[in-house]
Design a protein around this ligand. Structure first.
Ligand code: SIN
Length: 492
């Protein structure tokens, strides 16, 4: 199968473009070839998006929303097919893949509902016979750069609010996972979305991503990915005075207090540390545990890990799938070696799985380190794999301090039965998302998603907050006095 770019409503022929193979990380099978586009294709896509935008913005928002409803119904119809393809392309286990497609469906319907809201404000004017209001206006062409770990969900978090608000889209999916984007493009075509409203350009970050960020006609960029790349996007986009929304790394922690439900905490830690093989922005990477319950927690964690089946995500027994590629596998292993050198104690795991049946894919054992001190590299840097570090503390204050003492601020969680501790923690934890008595993952589409410090730059995906990324506020004053009235700023 050849994946093609989707520009101005057409699947464009590859022509002289080079291609790259799309491989199944579970077994190395080549699933498709995808184009490595150049600046030329970005320019074409932006031309098409720009030409379509004015007319799209004039389509009444409830009618724009009708397309999103249709996209949601199509996603629903194809859910099982898409979930299986997602597992093959990205590696996550089939149940999670179904959940991810469902996230896209939910986002379609949620943002379609915005077609009949997109609320602005009315407010009194300081003058008589004058009416004041503010409305959301689309920005223009939105450039979306999305990651491989949630190839459909994160795309929908960005594309659907952009579209309902009247923007057109140029989208660069990760070149690790073009198939989900290809399928979403086909759905846009099937529901008759006007030509040029959604354009998809496949290729690498340095070529396609950079050309998008540099393009003068893309006025808003939304990026999810690494900090290194996000900083470059911010720098370049900032110089060009673009609106840039970034969602980047995390070093998320579960705090387990001495009054916490340990069995529940074990479930929460295992799910949020090893689900998606630890490749979620929100994955639990640290466990900050009160010293009085540390031993009990460790024992129960080890016991619960006994049944974790590692393998191809299409097997319904599998709990932990492969990681995305060899580079990821090696990066994870590199951090594990660093952890050993730093003097952390390896409690379990710590190996790449290279023997059959794992030898054709990219598998890493779920790994737990203990006796980790908060300032170790292991406890500071994002690993993006199934590796978790246990850090012992003596109090809630210390737990909060350890949680906050990293450069990221995406997600955190606390297990406690004490309402005072819980409320203190949710106030003081410096993360964009806080869970109480649950792990660090599991975002819902109608709440803002993003984080503080090195995780982002103040914007959010999802929820109402996403509309702020793709709209400008326009203030409108209507004077019906029949005379020129001076506002207070002009006269006293
Ligand atoms: C993510 O972490 O990237 C997905 C959202 C979540 O699981 O909370």
């Amino acid at each position: 199968m050849n994946v093609k770019n989707f520009i101005n409503g057409c699947w464009t022929e590859l022509g002289d473009l080079q291609t790259m193979p799309v491989t199944n990380p579970a077994n190395g099978e080549v699933l498709a070839l995808a184009p490595l586009s150049t600046k030329r294709e970005v320019d074409e896509a932006v031309r098409s998006a720009k030409a379509a935008q004015k007319a799209w913005a004039l389509v009444p928002a409830p009618k724009r929303a009708d397309y999103l409803y249709e996209i949601g119904f199509k996603l629903k119809e194809k859910k099982e097919y898409l979930a299986r393809l997602l597992t093959q392309e990205m590696g996550k286990v089939i149940d999670e893949a179904r959940g991810e497609v469902q996230e896209g469906i939910d986002m379609a319907f949620y943002m379609a509902g915005e077609g009949r809201r997109l609320f602005g404000e009315t407010t009194p004017s300081e003058l008589s016979n004058k009416f004041a209001m503010s409305v959301r206006a689309p920005i223009g062409v939105a450039g979306l750069i999305t990651p491989w770990n949630f190839p459909i969900a994160i795309a929908t978090w960005k594309a659907f609010p952009a579209l309902v608000a009247g923007n057109t889209v140029v989208w660069k999916p990760s070149n690790e996972t073009p198939l989900m984007a290809y399928e979403l493009g086909k759905i846009c075509e099937e529901v008759g979305l006007p030509k040029g409203v959604v354009n998809i350009v496949f290729g690498t970050g340095p070529t396609v991503g950079t050309s998008m960020v540099e393009h003068p006609d893309i006025r808003v960029i939304s990026f999810t990915g690494s900090n290194a790349t996000g900083s470059k996007v911010a720098e370049l986009g900032g110089k060009l005075l673009k609106k840039v929304s970034l969602e980047m790394g995390g070093k998320n922690a579960v705090i387990v207090m001495d009054d916490g439900d340990i069995d529940l905490a074990v479930d929460g830690i295992l799910w949020s540390a090893f689900g998606t093989a630890g490749q979620r922005c929100t994955a639990c990477s640290r466990v900050i545990v009160h010293k009085d319950v540390k031993e009990a927690l460790q024992e129960k964690l080890l016991a619960a890990m006994d049944g974790l089946v590692i393998g191809d995500g299409l097997n319904p027994e599998t709990k932990i799938g492969p990681v995305i590629n060899r580079a990821a596998l090696e990066k994870i292993n590199h951090y594990v070696q660093i952890g050993k050198q730093e003097g952390a104690t390896l409690l379990t795991g710590g190996r790449m799985l290279t023997e059959p049946p794992y030898d054709q894919g990219f598998y890493y054992e779920p790994t737990i380190f203990t006796n980790v001190s908060p300032d170790m590299i292991l406890a500071q840097e994002e690993i993006f794999g199934p590796v978790v570090s246990i850090i012992e503390v003596g109090s809630l204050d210390e737990a909060i301090q350890v949680n906050n003492n990293v450069k990221f601020g995406l997600s955190s969680s606390i297990f406690s039965q004490d309402i005072n501790k819980i409320f203190k923690a949710q106030t003081l934890l410096d993360t964009g998302i806080v869970y109480v008595n649950a792990g660090t993952t599991g975002a819902e589409i109608h709440l803002p998603f993003g984080g503080t410090k090195g995780t982002g730059n103040g914007h959010r995906d999802s929820g109402q907050a996403a509309l702020d990324v793709y709209t400008e506020w326009k203030s409108i004053y209507v004077d019906f006095s029949g005379k020129l009235q001076r506002a207070q700023i002009d006269t006293q």
